[in-house]
Design a binder for this molecule. Structure first.
Ligand code: SF4
Length: 454
């Protein structure tokens, strides 16, 4: 007879199987694409650059422009100084960006290329700039690469003129263009003049016009980045991705910041709006109050179908923290919650949510992979999974309904255009989750009860 006793899942520290993360330069490239007129540049071999572009293009269904130092054997041994010098000249001559944002790769980090000194010696054309950051991919994840590139831009460009620009900076974190549009809409309704950095809206969701433009209209401008030091305050969204760039801006230019969770679900969206209210000192408009009311109404209506349903959530730390808060608001049990990014703060945040909502027998872990998640699910299954496309094999093997959210979502269309943040985004998620559970119910229910439900 088959032995169905739950098996112990062994902890591994030196091997990742089906990782729940990708490499640092992907994050650096994504952050750089949120700057207007920017050419992201990968200082390493062409293969790395192709991979990073491919992941971004497959998620956004848009071209992700980037250039490469094209290391071969010579550069790998003697260093890539001549490669980056030649590349900068060619890129400015041929592609004419406002800025080249250089990130390293495993190879250039391993040989110890000193990009800061290489860039100092490059003859950059008048009015153009080059910035760089280090993104060794054998530590951290794409999340680290994302904020490292943000800090690269700030280290090179931010200034303080001594006069406030009366703006509030917003670091939206790793979200889709549809999310950034929603965050901006809320800020605008709250009457707050903002600089979003980075801002991939209008770049990675640029409208089809029939004419190819290498640098679409969107993105944070260089002047806006320079002006970050003159902002009145900063709202950094995502407690894991936002803390380091927020600290840098405070340390360099004394800009005070509020570090908030990603505004997913009722509570976390309330926090974002409450912080905007502090900045603008205006009342919350009726439009937002009504949106909130509609979301709460939907939560109440759908509660009977979501209450006590077990869910596995995986992906990037800040999005996963937001999704966990939302499913707890829906009365669900977040049975397994993991991220591949090695940040223990993530585990503490999720455990605090478990305590707040009084749920027990749930597991939260950082620096984990999807193979391990699969072993846990085999031992004790869940009713639904929420995460990136890389979970689809588990969902299929275990016959579990699956909602795609986070990064990357490679096998579905339209998702980068639609938000998961704000009350509107939460309505979308609650609709998706509830209806996936109802679809499963309809599939499994007996003919007799199917009639009753109808
Ligand atoms: S070699 Fe390093 S930087 Fe290049 S794709 Fe692999 S993990 Fe990423």
């Amino acid at each position: 007879m088959m032995d169905l006793t739950p098996k112990e899942v062994k902890e591994r520290s030196a091997l990742r199987v089906n990782p729940c993360k990708t490499c640092q330069p992907v994050g650096a490239m994504f952050a750089a694409l949120g700057v207007h007129g920017c050419m992201p540049h990968s200082h390493g071999s062409q293969g790395c650059c192709s991979y990073h572009r491919t992941v971004l293009s497959r998620h956004f269904k848009e071209p992700a422009v980037a250039s490469s130092s094209s290391f071969t054997e010579g550069a790998s041994v003697f260093g890539g100084r001549s490669n980056i010098t030649t590349a900068a000249k060619n890129i400015f001559d041929i592609y004419n960006p406002d800025v080249i944002a250089v990130h390293t790769t495993c190879l250039s980090e391993t040989i110890g290329d000193d990009l800061a000194s290489y860039l100092m010696d490059i003859d950059v054309p008048q009015g153009k700039v080059m910035v760089h950051c280090n993104t060794p991919s054998y530590v951290g994840s794409h999340i680290n690469g994302f904020y490292n590139m943000m800090m690269g831009f700030m280290n090179y460009l931010t200034k303080k003129s001594g006069t406030s620009n009366e703006k509030t900076a917003v670091f939206p974190g790793w979200v889709n263009p549809g999310d950034i549009r929603e965050l901006k809409r809320i800020a605008s309704l709250m009457n707050v003049d903002t600089t979003f950095f980075p801002d991939q809206s209008g770049v990675l969701d640029a409208p089809m016009t029939g004419k190819y433009v290498m640098y679409p209209e969107g993105g944070t401008t260089l002047d806006e980045i320079k002006g970050l030091g003159d902002c009145e305050g900063l709202i950094a969204l995502g407690e894991i991705i936002g803390i380091e760039p927020a600290e840098l801006l405070k340390k360099k230019w004394k800009v005070p910041y509020a570090l908030l969770p990603m505004p997913i679900g009722v509570t976390y969206t309330d926090l974002y709006i409450s912080e905007l209210r502090k900045q603008s000192k205006t009342e919350v408009p009726g439009e937002l109050e009504k949106e909130r009311g509609r979301l709460v109404d939907l939560l109440l209506d759908s509660h009977q179908y979501t209450y006590q349903k077990k869910v596995a959530i995986f992906g990037d730390p800040d999005v996963v923290i937001g999704l966990t808060s939302l499913v707890l608001e829906m009365g669900m049990i977040p049975k397994y919650v993991i991220t591949g990014t090695p940040k223990e703060e993530f585990t503490r945040k999720i455990n605090a949510l478990f305590d707040k909502y009084g749920v027990s027998d749930c597991v939260a872990k950082a620096n984990k992979d999807l193979f391990e998640l699969h072993q846990w699910i085999k031992n004790e299954t869940v009713d639904i999974m929420i995460g990136s496309t890389y979970g689809k094999q588990i969902a299929r093997a275990e016959d579990i309904p699956f909602i795609r959210a986070g990064f990357p979502v490679l096998d579905r269309y339209g998702h980068p255009l639609l938000p998961i943040v704000g009350y509107i985004g939460a309505i979308r998620l609650v609709e998706q989750i509830t209806n996936a559970l109802l679809d499963r119910f309809d599939r499994d229910v007996s003919d007799e009860n199917f009639e009753i439900v109808l």
